[in-house]
Design a binder for this molecule. Sequence first.
Ligand code: ATP
Length: 524
Amino acid sequence: MQLKYGINMSDLFKNIVSHSKEYGFVFPSSEIYDGLSAVYDYGPLGTLLKNNIREYWWKSMVQLHDNIHGLDAAIFMAPKTWKASGHVDAFMDPLIDNKDSKKRYRADVLIEDYLEKIEKKIDKEVSKAAKRFGDDFVEEKFKAEHPRVSRYVQTIGEIKSEMARCLNENDLKGLGTLINELDIADPVSGSRNWTEVRQFNLMFSTQHGSLAGGDGKLYLRPETAQGIFVNFLNVANTTRSRIPFGIAQTGKAFRNEIIARQFIFRMREFEQMEMQYFVRPGEEMKYYEYWKDFRMKWHRAMGIPESKLRFHLHDNLAHYANAAVDIEFDFPFGFKELEGIHSRTDFDLKKHQEFSGKKLQYFDAELNKNYTPYVVETSIGLDRMFLALLSHAYQEDEVPDADGKASTRLVLKLPPALAPVKCAVLPLVKNKEELTEKARSIFNSLRFSFDCQYDEKDAIGRRYRRQDAIGTPYCITVDFESLEDDSVTLRERDSLEQQRLHISEVEGVIREKTSLNTLLRSLQ
Ligand code: ATP
C-alpha cells in the first residue's frame, strides 16, 4: 500500500528507486553534499535510456510528420514573455502548511488524495459486486442504485465542483474551508492544525548580466512551449509552412514545486517534449482528436498495456483552453498525469502580439485572409515517461537456474528499441584466450552499430542476470563450438529462448529486433 509524499511507498516503488541508483540509471543530484531535493542526475544507463525515449518521441513527431519542424529555443527568454503568457501573475499553486508537522502541501493535492480514497472504496464495492453478480453485473447501474456507492459518487461530484470553483475563482479561503470541512489530516502527522491557503509562484528567477534589481530579473522557463510561440513566425516563414503545421522541441524546464517527493515524477528541474500544432480557428477539435489518438498509440506501441493507460478529461479548464485531456499512467503510487493534450485557442499568440506589439498572424491564401492560428499542443515530461517505462519494465519472474531449479530473477522488460544496451557479448569462460579473443572481435564489430557491452567476469549465469537487470534484450555467447564453426548462441531476455546463429547473421538479427523503425512503423 502506498501513500503520497514519499512515506510508506509501495515496495515496488522503493525497489525501482534503489535499482535505478544501483545500476546507474538515476542518482540524487550532488549526492556527496547530501543531494538537492527533487533534483536528479542520470547515470550512464539512464542517459542512454533517456536519449532513446527522446529519439523515439522526436522521430515520431518530427520525422514522421512532414509538416512538423524542430526547434531548440534558449532556456532564458525576455522577461516580458512570462508576463504575456500569464506565468508571472498566475503560475501559482495553492499552498498550505501544517502548523504542527511544519510540512507544506498543495491544497488541491490534499483534496485530490481525499477523493482518491473515496474512489478506492467505490472500486472495492464494484469488484465485490462484479464477483457476486457475474455476467449480469452492470457497473453504471450498480453505481447509480447501490445506496452507499451512489452516495460516494455524489460526494465526489460535489467536492470536485467546489474545488473547481475555488481554483477558477482563485478563492483561497474556499479551498481552506473545504479542507477543514472534509476534516483532512496531515498525511505525516495526522494533525488538522492548518494555516490559511496562499498562492505560491512556481517560477525560479535569476539575474541577467550586470543589471541590478528588477531590471535584470530573468526567469528559468517553466515550460518549453513559450519558446515555440515566440518563434512562430520565424519558423513559419523560414520553412514556408502552410497551416496546419507544428513546431516541436525538447528541453529543460524548471518549477519550484511545493511538494516534490516522488523521485523523478515531480522534479524542480526536468525535461519536456512539447509540440504546438497551429491550425485554422474552428478546426482545432479535429486536430485535438487526431493528437489524442496518435499520442495514445505512441504509448501503446512501447508495449504498455491498455489497463495501465487512461485518458483523464480536465474538470476545470484553464480560461484560455477549450478542451484538455491528460494521458495518465498507472504508476506504483496510482494513476497520475504523464502527458497533457490541450486545445489552447489563440490565447498565447494573441498575448504575445499584445505585449510585443508585433503582428503574429498568418495569411491563409486559400481563405484569402489573415488570422491568429489556434493551437493544439501535446506536452509530455521525459523524466515522467522514463519513470513510467521503468515501473512497467521492472519485474521479478521465476526462471530455471543452471541446475534446472526455479530461481527468481530481476529483469527490466524494456522495449528492445529503447533498452540502453542492445546486446552483450559474453565468452563462455574467461580463461580461454581463443574464446575471449573471438568474443572481443564480435563486440568490436557490433559496437559500430549498437550500444553493446562485453563482459567476461563471473559465471555465465550471473552475467545473464546482470544483463537482465539492466534490460539488455539480447546476449551473445561465444563457446567452444564457436571456435569450430563460427556459430554463437543468441539468448532472448524475455522468453529465455536460445538460438544458434552464424556470426555473420548476428548484426542483421539484432538490428531487426532492436530497431526503432519497428516502433515507428507501428504508429502508422
Ligand atoms: P502536474 O499537474 O503533475 O503538476 P502539470 O499539469 O502542471 O502537471 P503541464 O504543465 O501540463 O503539467 O506539463 C506537461 C508535462 O510536463 C506533464 O504532463 C508532466 O509529464 C511534465 N511535468 C510537469 N511538471 C513536472 C515536474 N515537476 N517534474 C517532472 N515532470 C513534470
